[in-house]
Design a protein around this ligand. Structure first.
Ligand code: MP5
Length: 214
């Protein structure tokens, strides 16, 4: 069985709990409070800005064949920052003054620690899981909303065809590199998959409850 199939089967209930979080449910019904969405947008802006370092470390550490795709991903992240910038200026939000919440801080720290200390396969698990989670979440949002909402830029970015192809590429690379792995290594990667799903869940939880430092 492919690694991604195995992980999705094994952690199907955690995956569904993450995707059916009230943040996504309410957003896809057009019923999420504007301030709650703003809170997410401010934190995800920080998340993406800091994720640039994660991708850059991977670009430096990974084999040559990954440098071009990772260079393209970095360009994609700059584009995402522009989407956040446009949303923020419409809402009168100053992104420069935003501080990372504990969960955003922890998730970014986990990414950076993994980039420096984990192997290619483990980093691909994190990347695949986080990107697949966003693709699925924003497809749910798209399915529930009419055109013309303030969320359009985010929906197009993460639910669109280009992102879909990118996630499919991550999936096939990950499944190819893990084919024939011993059970001990697969079990290790399973736990990295689960940890990433847990962070994804907590990120929605953080935004929904506007969880902050003291
Ligand atoms: C992504 C994101 C998607 N922006 N935020 C979280 C919490 N998880 C996943 O990643 P990317 O690199 O912005 O497409």
């Amino acid at each position: 069985m492919r690694f991604t199939e195995r992980a999705h089967r094994k952690f199907a209930s955690e995956w569904e709990k993450m995707l059916s979080h009230p943040f996504i449910m309410e957003l896809s019904k057009g019923r999420l409070a504007d301030e709650t969405f703003d809170f997410w947008a401010m934190q995800d802006y920080i998340f993406v800005r800091e994720a640039i370092r994660f991708f850059a470390v991977l670009l430096a550490r990974f084999p040559r064949k990954y440098q071009k795709p990772f260079g393209q991903m970095l360009v994609g992240l700059e584009h995402e920052l522009e989407i956040f910038g446009e949303y923020a200026s419409k809402r009168g939000i100053d992104l420069q003054s935003v501080e990372a919440t504990p969960i955003c801080h922890a998730y970014n720290s986990f990414l950076l620690a993994s980039a420096y200390h984990e192997d290619v396969d483990a980093n691909f698990v994190i990347l695949y899981t986080a990107e697949k989670a966003y693709h699925e979440a924003w497809k749910r949002v798209r399915a529930g909303l009419k055109k013309g909402t303030p969320y359009e830029g985010f929906i197009e970015n993460w639910a669109g065809d280009q992102f879909k192809q990118y996630v499919a590429w991550l999936e096939s690379e990950l499944d190819t590199m893990t084919a024939g792995y011993p059970e001990s290594r697969l079990a290790n990667l399973d736990s990295i998959f689960l940890l990433t799903v847990r962070y994804e869940y907590l990120f929605w939880e953080m935004a929904y409850n506007r969880l902050q430092w003291i």
